[in-house]
Design a protein around this ligand. Structure first.
Ligand code: SF4
Length: 400
């Protein structure tokens, strides 16, 4: 399994697979063809169907401003639902071409087995069960296992990631106005944050604050702001919302927040390795479900729960996200995405609370639920996998 650093990528929203991945692909392809005087990019599958609303063309044009960008809505039987074909020319002659796949979370794969540093496998284990076994044998916690495997470079990396997450929360809380894209959605994070009623219970205060933080980050993402994939841009509000709440409302120190981020990264990494974190491949269960699982593991770590309790919390959060479809209205990462980040964060809190009571009786392992999510995603009708052809995207019509 690769480093957990590859789970957390700092980049521009609104979609890790539709903006961060294509941006990185364009950058790599351009570097490979320094002599080219023209470029052509064809987008297939989900990138063609929702690429406009998700800002794919804009992301590519940041690197290749004059490229001819085509949207191929016809071709089927693609090797990956997020396929791109890059072509470089000089004097009208084809210099080179490459199919590149945006595989989720901002990661890309090249057709033809080209490998990148980020592909390097550093964990000998692949499943959560193998990692848990190792931890129990060695008598170490999950976070000790992660730091032992990743080495000393992990902490400064997580520190940078956490700084970017906090900035996204704070920018989102300070900004008002309409989100781009034409749905006329207003930003509401600031309003939620300040909407305390005089007789609000402590439980409602907690929910309101977590909701405000989740909205803040997701609205930043929808406005093409800088966010951190956790594990994707569409689901980038879930984990920071809980961690921000725990640091600034509950007083947890920075070093414990980084430990929680590490364990959440491990959970996201296991899901990415053994299933998928791409809405185009497995629906929203792969994005918000994964984010919720990661956040549950982070919270369990902050509460000092055992590795088994942490596993159970992550498993509950994913199990009850199974079947969640991806149906973004207008191809924008706004409805249902923004609100869903808040619901994902709340589900993570519930999952951790439930995991405290029931560990001894559970039957389903985290690896089982990850495998189930993947199969469910593959069985899901294509219109519910980030094509904007089904669900809310089909039913909802913008009022004129
Ligand atoms: S519905 Fe979920 S998977 Fe689809 S774009 Fe929105 S957040 Fe991503």
């Amino acid at each position: 399994m690769r480093s957990i650093k590859t789970v957390y990528k700092i980049g521009q929203g609104p979609s890790s697979s539709h903006t961060v991945g294509p941006f990185r692909a364009a950058k790599w392809f351009k570097e490979q063809h320094p002599g080219a005087d023209a470029f052509e990019v064809t987008l297939f599958g989900s990138l063609a169907f929702t690429g406009e609303g998700h800002g794919t063309e804009k992301a590519i044009r940041r690197i290749l401003p004059d490229a001819a960008v085509r949207f191929d809505l016809e071709t089927q039987d693609l090797p990956h639902p997020n396929t791109m074909l890059f072509r470089a020319f000089r004097g009208g002659e084809l210099l080179g071409e490459r199919r590149i796949f945006s595989i989720g979370g901002g990661s890309i794969r090249w057709e033809g087995g080209i490998h990148h540093e980020e592909d390097r496998e550093i964990y000998p284990q692949k499943t959560f069960g193998e990692m848990l076994y190792y931890c129990l044998q060695e008598g170490i916690s999950l976070k000790e296992f992660i730091y032992r495997t990743e080495g000393p470079s992990l902490t400064p990396y997580l520190s940078t990631v956490w700084a970017a997450m906090k900035e996204a929360v704070e920018r989102g809380l300070a900004t008002e106005g309409e989100l781009p894209g034409g749905l006329h959605n207003l930003r509401v994070a600031k309003e939620i944050y300040h909407s305390r009623s005089y007789n609000e219970s402590s439980e409602v205060t907690m929910n309101r604050q977590i909701a405000a933080y989740a909205y803040a980050v997701s609205e930043e993402n929808a406005a093409e702001g800088v966010v951190v994939t956790a594990p994707t841009c569409g689901s980038c509000g879930v984990l920071p919302a809980l961690l921000y709440y725990m640091q600034f409302n509950k007083g947890f120190p920075e070093n414990e927040i980084l430990d929680a981020l590490a364990v959440a990264g491990l959970i996201g990494n296991v899901i990415r390795t053994n299933a998928s974190i791409s809405g185009a491949e497995c629906g929203c269960q792969a994005e918000i479900g994964s984010a919720s699982s990661m956040a549950a593991a982070a919270l369990a770590t902050l509460y000092g729960l055992s590795a088994k309790h942490t596993e159970y919390a992550a498993e509950i959060a994913m199990e009850h996200s199974l079947g969640l479809t991806c149906d973004p209205v207008g191809g924008l990462v706004q409805i249902p995405c923004i609100e869903r980040n808040t619901v994902g964060a709340m589900r993570a809190v519930d999952a951790v609370n439930l995991s405290r009571f029931l560990t001894g009786t559970r039957k389903i392992s985290f690896d089982d639920v990850v495998a189930t999510m993947y199969r469910t995603g593959k069985d899901m009708n294509e219109k519910y996998r980030e094509t904007s052809h089904g669900g809310l995207a089909e039913i909802y019509r913008t009022p004129v």
